[in-house]
Design a binder for this molecule. Sequence first.
Ligand SMILES: NC(=O)CC[C@H](N)C(=O)O
Length: 430
Amino acid sequence: MAATTMTTTLGFVLPTSLSPRRGGFRVSVIRCSASPLTLSTGSAASGVVEKPWSTYDARLVLEDGSIWPAKSFGAPGTRVAELVFNTSLTGYQEILTDPSYAGQFVLMTNPQIGNTGVNLDDEESEQCFLAGLVIRSLSISTSNWRCTKTLADYLTERNLMGIYDLDTRAITRRLREEGSLNGVLSTEQTKTDEELLHMSRSWDIVGIDLISDVSCKSPYEWVDKTDPEWDFNTNTRDGKPYRVIAYDFGIKHNILRRLSSYGCQITVVPSTFPASEALKMNPDGILFSNGPGDPSAVPYAVETVKELLGKVPVYGICMGHQLLGQALGGKTFKMKFGHHGGNHPVRNNRTGQVEISAQNHNYAVDPTSLPGGVEVTHVNLNDGSCAGLSFPAMNVMSLQYHPEASPGPHDSDNAFREFIELMKRSKQSS
Ligand SMILES: NC(=O)CC[C@H](N)C(=O)O
């Protein structure tokens, strides 16, 4: 699977209007390529089989001036987004439907993707919000008892771009060195490299409100649970479920399923739902969900969180955690290349236990900006960043990562039980 990177400098000098936004990038356009895949059949005289999906020439043009020729296996078109890499071995369908990836291309570091196809059960939202999928190699066959269609058909039906046959390992190394890069993915041959490069440098994910595009438009009740063996509904009071309002900043379904399996009755509300209306519904607790983009670009959501603080127990996950961090007086910042994958070690500072966690974020809360009384409960052991917060005086708990997994390990599922305990304690003391 190892691909050789052949790098050829085309050597033209960019006009000054295309000079890089960030310091330190080279200014010539570099064309990079991976060795093309050739599949031997053994029996065919030519030794080459046709791949059973349509291919187009495609290009990924990054803002650092590198150009990665590729093949398309999804929708045609041209899209601009931020490129991040994800280290999950599988779970690509959950990744495709995680609304937190809006505005991003996801590059899978696992070299072969698509071998289990897609099914009706593994969706994390109704839509694919990410801008495109970048993989090294698309599995030529699908084999899984739940598979209902191939990944290529799924992407095409959903008008989502996907490219393969490029050196994803070399691109990942570049992202680790330079940080996340903006880029343009295009199947359009009429567009020049310079045009695509200009597009990638004229766009920025920072400062954009992406949650309003992915949030639901009106409140609704959620009833679905996870499978019965994951049903931990031992925490209801007097047989009545805990009533939870879930703010939808781009919520993943498995957060709702896990809360439901722990015995919560859930109303999902839009990101702009007024705090006063939420309080009128007399909830036992409020969940602030995951969601895409820059947490400092959505001050209205921070205001809502502030209005609810101290009135009812609250639980933030990922974007929800970042909004809580700001509402408590702290600051968020953009990380170099973020955390995306199912293999991130996190230490629970209270118990000393280490959980292997599912993560997907490019921003983090700066723990030094937080006021006294706010406790950093979890730390990411790869880089020491803040992975969880608690503010007992206001019944606040939050995690930067994903206790609901989907995809990823289940080590952190107990965080849902802790939220139930928080609601229980708050009821008992009131
Ligand atoms: N999964 C999420 O909620 C992501 C949070 C935020 N958009 C980030 O990238 O940091």
